[in-house]
Design a protein around this ligand. Sequence first.
Ligand code: SF4
Length: 302
Amino acid sequence: MPAITHPLDQIMDEKGVVDPHGISADVFAGRLRNMRQSTIGSFAICPTRVHYKQVFPDSYGGSDSTIIGTAYHAGMEHVLFAEMIGEDRPKQEDVYVIVADAVDDEVMKCGGIELVSWSKMKSVDQLKDMACRLYDFRMSHELIPAGYHIVGIETTFRMPWILGWAATGTIDLLLWNERQGYRIVDHKSAGRAWDTNKHVKTPQPHWYAKWVRAALETIGHDSGPIPMDFEVMTYAGKYERRTITATEFTEDLWNDKALIAAQSMTNDGPWFQNIDNNLCSATYCDAWDWCPSGQAYRIATK
Ligand code: SF4
């Protein structure tokens, strides 16, 4: 099958890294800090969470849901890669091995099963079973939207942002067709169906579209708006594709929030605590044990 040629190809290396300004060396050497959509999103939820992640980076283990998500991604990546290079679809049992290995790796990275933060599952076998089931559920639906080609899997972009910072991100799946241009896809696994507006409240579609467009501009290509699909697969087997398209307004809005986050991270504060969010709990906040608000809540509810 002939390779698909598309504009971003000109500035994407063989590892799928888009770095038209050649800043990767500065990022790896620590001369530039990374601003990622996950940091912007965490800061918007609660600045103190970002602070503690900086202070205790090694104390952030994984949870059962993040392990399932990572293993499910590993299985999907394997299938999508075969699709991208025009090979036959991998056998189900081979994908199961990849998924199970990814669960073992993630548990090891957490430091063992005792250090995994458990909320819905109870054992490593349950993690493997759920990640394989998510894969099976997902594969019973269309793999990619009709008419598109896969042109990138785990595509990383690195772009100069403000002084001392790079704008970075890794895109699960990048699609393209000649008529409609690019499309960004993110695979999400979820314990339950997403709330109606969940896809609207995250910086990801706006941060990714902004920088993919900016990278394309460096080679004189005007991509126009780039939509993003959240492919949400729930533990109960419900699949949903939610699409959102960034606009100049939403890109500026999240860029402003990113600037505030970068300012606090550069100056080591201010670090406001936002207890008025659904994730301010022992289950959903890794900073719970250190954060004064978490401690105060524990005392108040003893
Ligand atoms: S416990 Fe609540 S206030 Fe403290 S860091 Fe977590 S989310 Fe923020």
